[in-house]
Design a protein around this ligand. Sequence first.
Ligand SMILES: [Fe+2]
Ligand SMILES: [Fe+2]
Length: 399
Amino acid sequence: MSNEYEQFLTNSPKLVNRVCLGDDYLSDGYWMTAAPSIARNDKLGDPMFDSLYQRQESQHWGPSEQDLTGDLSSFKLASKADIHAFNSNLSYQMLLDSTNSLAPLSIFGLFTNRQDLIDWLSLWSFSETIHSATYSQFLMTAHPDPDKVFAATQTSEFIRKRGDSIGHYYNNAFFWGMQYALRGNVFTKEELFECAKALRLAIFAANLLEGVRFYLSFACSFSFAARSDNPLFTNNALLLKAIAKDEALHLVGTQHMLNRMTSGKEGNLLEMVSAHTLEEEMRMTASVIQEEKEWANFLVSEGDIEGLSLKDMHQYLDFIGYNRLRSVHQVSDIPSIIVPELENPFSSFMMPFLQSDQVQTAQQETGSSGYTQGIDLTIDRKSLASQYFSGYSKEALSQ
Ligand SMILES: [Fe+2]
Ligand SMILES: [Fe+2]
């Protein structure tokens, strides 16, 4: 046995033969603390992750549920500007979902041993693979030569830039997650801090991805389908509606993870790290809003898009971006960002798509703490999941 392997057996906090069979772990945090646990859905430290799992499972769908060939006629009706925006958004969404299918389980999973969280991370990752496969299928259906659009994803300066800005945080977390999995038990204080910081910032980057980066594309697709004279790409919009419903659930998950850290529920280290990273998170938010505004400029570079002015697109991004920041920090802790109270300029056509079938964003945005309350575990878990999410207020849906 090599020396390195012996060290790993001594120093890794993630060895599978050290599964904790008791319920001592219930009082621990979810990240960088507990021993590996078996699946105990009868006793949950925090019922949210199990509820997210149940909800995601209950809304499972696949790309084959819509006949996308029905949208081919839209290419004849659409303007050059519409088609440019439509194709560009598809390419970008495919990159985001492909990237995000890696992160939850392969990267964030390195930092936890808690089975209910790992179950959620697994289903979250799986859900992202359905999304990227859906975009891929649409491109293959809609384009006689899909190679060109796939290639554009690789070469687009805007897409690569945004892929890199997400990848920076995911790669750093991957590095520290690997270190933690190998020798986390003997980390120095400084290493523990850097490791926790890498985790926090990567989940914050995922929060911006789930809660901001997807939404301009949703706005375009829903606006095309909502046109009163010639609705465009309506079958695609139905699939995007299903995707938006999933992304809203993922956003609930990232916000909940971040809020547990900020509030001290994940222990002193992650609480301290959350205060320390606030400035960087403000910079990240401003930077993502700016990148998405540049993307909006690119979307209209072939001409105006009916119903979507560039000014409104920029306002929408400010509105949604800063709301996401406020959802994971106390407003009083965000002194250097002065953002006027903004209206959502797209609520009229977004709401019918986002509200129907209860597509919901995180309830933390309205200050509710209902999700932290105790629950009756004697009731059926599926009905528990629907009960759990039914209290979301309408204000939270306006994004
Ligand atoms: Fe996705
Ligand atoms: Fe997602």
